[in-house]
Design a protein around this ligand. Sequence first.
Ligand code: F3S
Length: 108
Amino acid sequence: THVVSEACIRCKYTDCVDVCPVDCFREGPNMLVIDPDECIDCAVCIPECPVNAIYAEEDLPANQIAFIKINAELALADGWKSITKRKPALPDAEEWKDKTDKIGELVR
Ligand code: F3S
């Protein structure tokens, strides 16, 4: 599967969802995740993300491994709904796009 990592948090640019052929993105308050049961590993979303948040699971940086479970859990969580059309990024995305260690900012 592919995995949305920390860089998405508080940004949510949503360019990724427009290209997904299987509509596997799920939206939470300040991040998207990929439903691992739907992703077909086509990888077309990777270059679309302006903050390079998306990785093939096997390519995830070591400090992003927690996001495998986070994607799997939140894809099925209450309130996390399918998103298939791009929409404006979060208002303070520019301010947050270069920040690291944002995991504490994730709103479930
Ligand atoms: Fe997030 Fe990048 Fe998509 S910031 S919403 S993974 S385009």
